[in-house]
Design a protein around this ligand. Structure first.
Ligand SMILES: C[S@@+](CC[C@H](N)C(=O)[O-])C[C@H]1O[C@@H](n2cnc3c(N)ncnc32)[C@H](O)[C@@H]1O
Length: 172
């Protein structure tokens, strides 16, 4: 599932075609043009419930003149996370989990991933160090519209946050 339509995806990522073919051979359902902020309203997705919803390194995009430590960009990242959690929780099975891989160092901790999930009725079950080796063939990419195909340093503060539905919203 991804935001970009196929033509745009092929334009942005040099190996996209190879990976799309491989996913098709594996029998995966590929959905394009899906915005994580309102994916629960998609006609196909809303009829499903998922055991795992995974978003590796969400990022609201790169903009000329805006840097990662700028409040304006941090607010955009916060909104992306909030809206993603609100939408993803609607699609989770009862014991499902939302996994978000994210850098937790400066300035990324300012995105407030834990509070954002908590406010949307999700509890942090576990937080584990992100290991790229767990995803054979995966290369993290910048995405967005500027130099999308480039990778970015993961550093030593990248974690996978695992959230599940809180049974009692009032306990959060
Ligand atoms: C830093 S890239 C990470 C890409 C990839 N998940 C990875 O781990 O290499 C951030 C990704 O978030 C996606 N993204 C940002 N806003 C989105 C939205 N509203 N809906 C769906 N995807 C979004 C971008 O398309 C981009 O691919």
């Amino acid at each position: 599932m991804c935001l970009s339509i196929p033509d745009k995806l092929l334009e942005k990522y040099s190996s996209a075609s190879m990976y799309l073919d491989e996913l098709k051979i594996l029998g995966c359902t590929l959905l394009h043009g899906i915005d994580v902020k309102d994916m629960h309203e998609d006609s196909f997705l809303k009829a499903q419930r998922f055991d795992r919803i995974i978003f590796n390194f969400p990022h609201a995009g790169h903009y000329v003149g805006l840097h990662e430590h700028d409040d304006e960009l941090i607010l955009m990242h916060q909104k992306l996370l909030c809206d993603f959690f609100s939408s993803a929780r609607c699609l989770l099975s009862e014991n499902g989990e939302i996994h978000v891989s994210h850098k937790d160092g400066h300035p990324f901790y300012k995105w407030g991933i834990r509070d954002s999930a908590k406010e949307r009725g999700l509890i942090l079950k576990e937080m584990v160090e992100f290991q790229k080796e767990d995803y054979p063939g995966y290369e993290n990419k910048r995405g967005g519209d500027i130099m999308s195909n480039l990778t970015f340093p993961l550093g030593n503060m990248s974690f996978t946050f695992k959230f599940s539905l809180s049974k009692h919203l009032e306990d959060n």
